[in-house]
Design a binder for this molecule. Structure first.
Ligand code: ATP
Ligand code: ZN
Length: 299
């Protein structure tokens, strides 16, 4: 197959998104070999290659039509999008799916001793960030005039160095903030990893593979929470048991040989199944309860 017909997917080379991104592609069926330069994973069983890049470069690679698909944090996508718009350049990446990993938020944090009352407390202050476009856009939207101090990293020490009064940075657990005597006060953007694509029409064969990957990614997302439940139940208890099964549409009811008043129930539950649910099912008369993970799902 000629090179042009292979889909190119950009993911983060090393960082928080790397393992999850590769894992997602592998779950979609990709088998790959890693190139000598460690920058490209060659898809052996599908016409798809994975480029390993700095996360900040991923939207640009789509913009420049070097890659067709990318997996990157919404924070990076939005920062780039606003950057292109500010320069009067049309952003050439479309957001497809949220991928449910790399969750974090871009938030304003203030030194422990800071007297925070409301967003108004930011009026006239210097805010250090590596996300000047997102911060600037948010300040405009909330109507606060503050100075954006753009840094390339180590934002959390800016207040102690006297470079800024407060910061605007990515937070997940908040432990970095605590360690730096800072406290989170307001969220600017909720983020997670998202799939982006080029809006440029692809050759038919490539587009077909892209659509197939999208369906598979959907399938992977769905099975994550899904469980397959098997149980035996008295016929009379069926209404109650169906009510208790979490997120299941239409369970399969199978008669049990030799016991006309009992049935086997098989159901796909699209939510996690907790011990409490099993205990309620048992209390409702269910026996022989079995919960199995779902490996693949194609709607
Ligand atoms: P590089 O630019 O070298 O690819 P990086 O330092 O920008 O790496 P990471 O720290 O690995 O990247 O973060 C990548 C993405 O992970 C972020 O853009 C964000 O979407 C997400 N993320 C999730 N939790 C956090 C967090 N606590 N801090 C920073 N990023 C986080
Ligand atoms: Zn980065």
């Amino acid at each position: 197959m000629d090179k042009e017909a292979r889909l190119r997917v950009a993911i983060q080379k090393t960082g928080r998104l790397t393992d999850h991104s590769l894992d997602l592609l592998v779950r979609c069926g990709l088998k790959y070999s890693r190139g000598k330069d460690q920058l490209l994973c060659y898809g052996e069983n599908m016409p798809l290659d994975v480029l390993l890049m700095r996360d900040d470069d991923i939207p640009d690679l789509i913009q420049e039509d070097v890659c067709d698909l990318g997996i990157v944090g919404l924070n990076v996508v939005e920062e780039k999008r606003l950057g292109f718009l500010a320069r009067n350049v049309a952003p050439l990446f479309e957001q497809l799916q949220a991928l449910d990993f790399g969750r974090c938020r871009l938030a304003i944090a203030v030194p422990d001793a800071f007297r925070w009352e409301s967003i108004e407390s930011l009026q006239g202050l210097r805010i250090a960030t590596t996300y000047p476009n997102l911060l600037g856009d948010w300040l405009r939207r909330v109507g606060v005039a503050a100075e954006v101090v753009t840094l390339s990293g180590a934002v959390e020490i800016a207040p102690r160095l006297g470079r800024a009064d407060v910061i605007c940075d990515l937070v997940s657990t908040g432990s970095t903030l605590t360690a730096n005597h800072l406290r989170e006060v307001v969220t600017v953007l909720e983020s997670q990893a998202v799939l982006i694509r080029t809006p440029v029409p692809l050759p038919a064969a490539k587009e077909t593979w892209l659509q197939r990957m999208l369906l598979r990614i959907d399938g992977v997302q769905q099975v994550k929470e899904s469980k397959y439940i098997l149980l035996h139940a008295p016929r009379a208890a069926l209404p109650e048991i169906r009510r208790l099964l979490p997120g299941s549409e239409s369970p399969t009811i199978i008669p049990l040989e030799g016991t006309p008043d009992k049935v086997a129930v098989h159901a796909v539950c699209r939510e996690n199944v907790f011990w409490e649910t099993l205990e309620s099912l048992k209390a409702a008369g269910a026996t022989a309860l079995l919960v199995l993970p779902v490996e693949k799902m194609l709607a």
